[in-house]
Write a protein that binds this ligand. Structure first.
Ligand code: SF4
Length: 389
């Protein structure tokens, strides 16, 4: 699943468990129904579309410097954001650098790449395997954004995609795992339930479960995941509401339960809430959003923002070409937002006032206490960077 480097560590550092996004490119050839590329002319506006290799190295070095100085661990390095990573002409070089660096220094528990996978070539896939094997990697993790089992459904959801090529690439990767007898890269086959694909959910699970089960070698960390459409917006569109309803009704008709076996796992988002009533207790006060502490997102030009939904980079903290990560992530602008949310004020910036917090991230009371204490004792300098809005 991951290196498990930090499993036993007490989680009290407010920045621990960082999930850092570095975007190789914001470009994508597809127009998927649930994606910003479909309803925006240009995600991020006009910036450099491909991250320069030297800039990528600079960001990794800055992350390591920050983590050492503040004793922080990184849960996941995500090599994607709004674009398709395999459109970057040097994507394999970026992956190689991250994997090699991590094998030597053990900084990231997981290096994750989400991809629609049609832009990848067979030589690239083989090269990535060789890198993992050579460096004895256990951290590289691919999520294949599939959402369909048949070309007809795939073409409705992932418009402009090439189903045949995606399937051929995934099967090639599975064959390579057999050939190299090596668990990395780990992969996840992802299906987000939507009104256009829900009827294929059972068949999707059955097909991939069979494939995982019939492999020559079994790798328990490879997985199938059934997910719900996540959006951070408060006001859902009629389509998004329909997708949520479809998710619930589809789970009720599933022929499978989540499992964890020697040949792989099945994860079903929303299963516990629906069938075991494990709902999180509603709090009277909206808690502060963990994204402000835990998820720095770098766009392809080096701009840094605190939220993965900041498509237009309107709320950026600065740019790594001219400022350090430390200056930006501990700067006056973001600290002002953090302190404001701690006091229960979400009226500014507008991106947060129209949101109901990042659903996949948490910050504990101990971590917040840690943050406040560090400020009280001025252990973290309030770096001077500009305040926006
Ligand atoms: S509250 Fe919403 S917009 Fe603000 S940082 Fe969190 S997820 Fe992003």
């Amino acid at each position: 699943m991951s290196l498990g480097l930090f499993e036993n560590r007490a989680k009290v550092n407010c920045f621990d468990g960082l999930i850092i996004q570095i975007e190789p490119t914001y470009l994508c050839r597809l127009k998927c129904v649930m994606c910003a590329h479909t309803y925006r002319q240009e995600v991020h506006g006009k910036i450099e579309p491909f991250m320069d290799f030297d800039l990528f190295v600079k960001i990794i070095n800055q992350i390591v410097h920050f983590c050492k100085k503040y004793n922080v661990f990184v849960d996941t390095l995500q090599l994607f954001w709004y674009g398709e990573p395999f459109l970057h002409p040097k994507i394999v070089k970026l992956i190689e650098f991250a994997v090699c660096y991590n094998s030597k220094h053990r900084v990231f528990d997981k290096i994750r790449i989400d991809t629609e996978f049609s832009a990848a070539t067979k030589p690239q896939i083989e090269h990535i395997f060789k890198i993992c094997h050579y460096w004895n990697d256990q951290s590289l993790y691919f999520t294949f954004s599939l959402d369909a089992l048949t070309p007809k459904t795939y073409n409705k959801i992932r418009r402009g995609g090439d189903f045949k090529r995606v399937m051929s690439n995934i099967h090639y990767l599975i064959r390579l795992k057999d050939k190299y007898m090596f668990a990395s890269p780990i992969f996840n086959l992802q299906f987000i339930i939507h009104p256009l694909n829900y009827h294929e959910t059972n068949d999707f699970i059955a097909y991939w479960k069979d494939i995982l089960h019939s492999r020559r070698f079994h790798y328990p960390s490879d997985s199938i995941s059934i997910k719900k459409l996540n959006t951070l917006k408060q006001d859902l569109t009629a389509d998004e509401l329909k997708a949520r309803e479809t998710h619930e009704s589809t789970l009720r008709q599933l022929k499978f339960k989540p499992f964890s076996a020697e040949f792989g796992r099945l994860e079903i988002e929303g299963w516990d809430e629906l069938f075991h009533h494990r709902v999180s207790l509603a709090t009277e006060r909206r808690p502060p959003c963990a994204s402000l502490w835990k998820q720095p997102s770098f766009a392809s030009n080096g701009d840094l923002t605190f939220c993965c939904k900041d498509e237009q980079l309107e709320f950026k903290l600065g740019n790594i070409k001219i400022q350090t990560l430390e200056e930006m992530w501990l700067g006056e602008y973001i600290n002002k937002i953090r302190m404001q949310q701690l006091l229960g004020d979400f009226s500014w910036p507008t991106i947060c006032s129209n949101c109901s917090n990042h659903p996949g991230l948490n910050i504990t009371k101990d971590e917040i206490d840690n943050y406040i204490k560090r400020f009280e004792h001025s252990k973290i300098p309030l770096m001077g960077n500009r305040c926006k809005e």
